[in-house]
Ligand binder design. Sequence first.
Ligand SMILES: Cc1cc2nc3c(=O)[nH]c(=O)nc-3n(C[C@H](O)[C@H](O)[C@H](O)COP(=O)(O)O)c2cc1C
Length: 405
Amino acid sequence: MKRGNFMNALVQPSVGCAAAAPSRRSFIRLVGGGAVLAATGSLAGCSGELPEAAVQPWRSPDREADTRRFMLAHALLAPNPHNRQPWIADLREAGRVHLTCDGERLLPETDPFGRQILIGCGAFIELAVIAAAQRGVSAKVELFPDGAPADQALPKRSRVATLVLGEPGSAAADPLFAQIVRRHTRKSAYANDRALPETLLRSWGETATRFGLRTGAATGAAAMDPVRKITREAYEIEATTASTWLESARLMRIGPGAITANPDGISLNSLMVRALHTVRLFDPMEVPVKGSSSLQRVMDRWVPFETASGFLWLASPDNTRPTQVAAGRAYVRAHLLATAAGVDMHPLSQALQEFPEMSGPRAAIHRTLGLGAGGETLQMLSRVGFATEPRGPSPRRSLESLLRT
Ligand SMILES: Cc1cc2nc3c(=O)[nH]c(=O)nc-3n(C[C@H](O)[C@H](O)[C@H](O)COP(=O)(O)O)c2cc1C
């Protein structure tokens, strides 16, 4: 079969793609922008379901009878950067969980000091605490029992926390527990014309205060447009900087086989992208070049990320390691509160990143949000609102793969 015919065959309705079959030319026009295109799921009807094995950990974590396994089966559903899931849980000491940061699962280019990785660890800890409470057990969090990693060192193999379990009846159930399996980061377009519930804005503020942080929401065009401009510029920098683009490209899992083998990273499963990848018309390792049409297509895929009811920010008075963990705990609670209220969240972290090429947008986003005085640090920036497309769970590694027993 000739290449053109082969590609046409791949998009016939018989393969289950509801979108109109694109011409060969439009196929080729996708090259370079394919990754982002698939990640946003914007080819209606072409997004393949994720393989069941890759999302199985979401199905019934409450089946675990042992309290520590129950805690961890819920904790591993935590939001985390690039879905790296950098968690090792040591159960060898009775009544305790020792959480170590997996040094093989860091993001040295986009997260050179491991700040985002520690935020993900904080989210993991908070879900473990909530799950323990569901079993009536308190979990005291002892942070960095061997000492915190240096400010600008990657937290490789650092013991992030020891969770010390209390007696039966030592904790009351947390009402957010039910949201753990319902929470997903929704990355499609959001409605632009719906206001956020006042009660939710208030409870986000209370949550941040409880963890020693501050939160706020930029709403309305005057506040949101400068944030849109900075986040777009930041994304372009991340996409055109070879080291940061390639870090993401290496984490792309294309097709059900790759997603099942490595249920982490960036899952690309639309029929279109799988077809383009198979015939080598989509090469994730091709770095978009400034001024090129391939970069333009990548940037076109950013457009839905500018839709929202507002941008929620979470800032801390300092940027110590315990503060970064606290930011993760506060962030996941904010996301669970949003889920309970029917509101979606999607972090846009590029402008917050610490690699040198990002210093301009990083300063600009702090300035624009009125942060930065006396070391105040923006820890999370998310668009928030009402997604216009559903999104199911993202892949997770199995509970067994995290455990050291
Ligand atoms: C610290 C942190 C930074 C994140 N930054 C981004 C981001 O810049 N862009 C994005 O699409 N998702 C971002 N996310 C969301 C993750 O991609 C998401 O949590 C992960 O893929 C798992 O999916 P889930 O949240 O639906 O379970 C971030 C999450 C965390 C905790």
